[in-house]
Write a protein that binds this ligand. Sequence first.
Ligand code: NI
Length: 393
Amino acid sequence: MTTALAKLKETNAEASQWRRHIHAHPETAFEECRTSDYVARLLTSWGVEIHRGMAKTAVVGIIKGKSNKSGRAIGLRADMDALNILEETNVQHCSKHEGKMHACGHDGHTAMLLAATKYLAETRNFDGTVYAIFQPAEEHGGGGDVMVQEGFFKKFPCEAVFGMHNWPWAPAGTMMVREGAVSASADEFVIRITGRGGHAAFPHTVIDPVAAASQIVTALQSIVSRNTDPLDSAVISVCKFQAGTESLNVVPETAILGGTARALKPETRKRLEQDVRRIVKSVAEAYGATAEVEWDWGYPSVINTPKEAKLCWEVAEQVVGKGNVSEFTPMMGAEDFAYFLQACPGAYVIIGGGKSGNDPGLHNPHFDFNDDVIPVGAAYWVKLAETALPPAK
Ligand code: NI
């Protein structure tokens, strides 16, 4: 066990209070004002210089080491936002904001980085600068993207940036790391098919957009099964099919489809868009209809750089023990830490949070972050900072 972990375990009652306070007052995308104030107040009380105002509610803590001979710096990032979910836990610190909930554990992420910041501000056992990044709007809105667009790395140049997510499906006391793609890109599409409406009894006088749209849904399935390397990963899900009215004897003029396309590799991501456009156009034409595709590029995939992933693996082993670190299987969910990694080398790791092996999963109304994990995550941040920026000799 590292010294930091032992110390952070001793003080975890306090850190758990911060976590529960944040949990009770969940706020969503770019409205994390109260959470932001709370974080800023704590950092200031520990003598940590702060910067506020990026992406509306972000707080950046600037922790200076005992020395700054190297002039080096790294970023540690936590997300602060909640979800639009009605909480169904019966815990004392249950959400006081009806319809909003910390169901993804970002309250825990914030608490872990707070605990690490406090420890680092007290010990400053490193050479250089650590930026503690408290970011808004991870769930939707891309707060990470906004911060990078607003010049985060120009203002706070980092040689590497690191992220972490809790994982209730893996036992507490374990961590998972991976080099390369960790999560998928997620892009949204809306397809509008236009035919010619008319009487259901006279199909020869109409161009049926429902029949065309149905064929399009089926044909889109072939992109993953027939155009994608079986050893690569992609998902196309059509989640919306809208057409017609209450009048069941009227062939409508238009049909609308919508869904998401996901991929681990940037090149596959680009191809999915081209394939969707090609299939939609050709199938609509085959039915005499026309179609338009609106493509909304969402979060890119999180891609860990090799050197930083290796560093994270070594640090994780020192914190949770050799046998408790394993390779993460990439997931097809999306994560906006990707924007930080598009601009800077770095790595995103997973920290186990499960208590029973049958815990409610992320985004479940019964989920509550496991407070026992706070010292583990905080010790990982501390060790990572001290290892990446070793004290000057
Ligand atoms: Ni999350």
